[in-house]
Design a protein around this ligand. Structure first.
Ligand code: IYR
Length: 223
């Protein structure tokens, strides 16, 4: 730790556990209203809102602070159309041939299929990439540490930020997604991680009647 450059930690500003619990529960309630949406309105959203939410994602912790993520926000109709066509090509293959029966059974409760009209209807698509390797100033490859974990955390914050801003999201993972590098002109060292569909829900939007696991099923204490 010799010669480590440091700055003071920004102040944590709660007073007592009562206030902390109230704040924690307020956030639980707020995030509890988030639902994955597949039925979007085409109502537009300003680029500034999207940029602010991506800035939140950029505050995520990352392996060796390498921040191994890249976000491409697309509102251009022609580009969205190309993404939809490429995704539907892969999805048709998935639903008609590639997906094992067990997987399709697991998806039945969500009502998904190979048609992805939301990729054109929703005002924004955010393609998220992680860096498989970095590039040194001299052009050499630089190792990346925990890029999947880091990018996963960043996407979690991105989804929370978009929800807080009052927007709906769909975490979409067409597979394989290599077409995103080509359409969005990203270098080979970046691997597509997922495609986030962002917008307002359609007026008559409905979502699957599914439940979140209760606390006892997702956690336990050892005190
Ligand atoms: N990628 C496909 C299938 C799919 C897979 C999972 I796991 C989901 O939670 C939902 C869908 C699709 O987007 O339809």
């Amino acid at each position: 730790m010799k010669n480590l450059k440091t700055v003071p930690l920004p102040q944590y500003n709660t007073t007592d556990d009562g206030e902390r619990l109230a704040r924690a529960r307020m956030f639980t309630d707020e995030m509890g209203t988030r639902r994955t949406v597949r039925d979007f309105s085409s109502k537009t959203i300003s680029r500034d809102v999207i940029a602010a939410c991506i800035n939140t994602a950029g505050t995520s912790p990352s392996g060796a602070n390498q921040q191994p993520w890249h976000f491409v926000a697309v509102s251009n109709s022609a580009v969205k159309k190309r993404i939809r066509e490429a995704a539907e090509l892969e999805e048709r293959e998935f639903y008609q041939h590639r997906a094992p029966g067990e997987w399709l059974e697991a998806l039945a409760q969500l009502g998904t299929d190979e048609n992805k009209p939301f990729l054109e209807i929703a005002p924004w698509l955010i393609a998220v990439f992680y860096e498989r390797t970095g590039v040194e100033i001299d052009g050499h490859k630089a190792k990346r540490y925990y890029p999947h974990e880091s990018t996963g955390i960043a996407v979690g914050l991105l989804i929370a930020a978009l929800h807080r801003a009052g927007l709906a999201t769909l975490t979409h993972t067409p597979s394989p997604m290599a077409f995103l590098n080509q359409i969005l002109d990203r270098p080979k060292n970046e691997v597509p991680y997922l495609l986030l569909v962002v917008g307002h829900p359609a007026d008559d939007c409905r979502v699957p009647d599914i439940e979140r696991k209760p606390f006892q099923e997702i956690a336990n204490f050892i005190e």
